[in-house]
Design a protein around this ligand. Structure first.
Ligand SMILES: [Ca+2]
Ligand SMILES: [Ca+2]
Ligand SMILES: [Ca+2]
Length: 103
């Protein structure tokens, strides 16, 4: 039961990290900007170190690892790094009410 809470908290933290202007709406450009921001060595993928470095200090390392592994399953290959296709996956998950269709 607490497992479920755990996952929701990670999702909320992820959303806050991606919602750069804090308007509560996730724009695709924000997810992509966040991806570039986390990718500090600019090699086009997130390592766990880069990911953990950008996580909220409130998130324990274990939770960061869980979130990282989850994100690794969302991108194009489960290979221990996260590539930019995760931004599309994140966006489609977060965009539950299809805000993007409002323009
Ligand atoms: Ca926003
Ligand atoms: Ca990188
Ligand atoms: Ca991957």
């Amino acid at each position: 039961m607490s497992e479920q809470c755990f996952t929701n908290e990670v999702d909320v933290e992820n959303f806050k990290a991606f919602d750069l202007n804090g308007d509560g709406i996730l724009h695709f450009s924000e997810t992509f900007t966040t991806f570039r921001d986390v990718d500090t060595n600019d090699d086009g993928v997130w390592s766990f170190e880069e990911f953990a470095d950008k996580c909220s200090p409130d998130i324990p390392p274990l939770q960061a690892q869980i979130a990282f592994d989850f994100a690794d399953t969302l991108d194009s290959a489960v290979d221990g790094v996260i590539d930019s296709s995760v931004t599309c996956a994140f966006f489609s998950i977060m965009d539950v009410d299809s805000e993007k269709s409002s323009f």
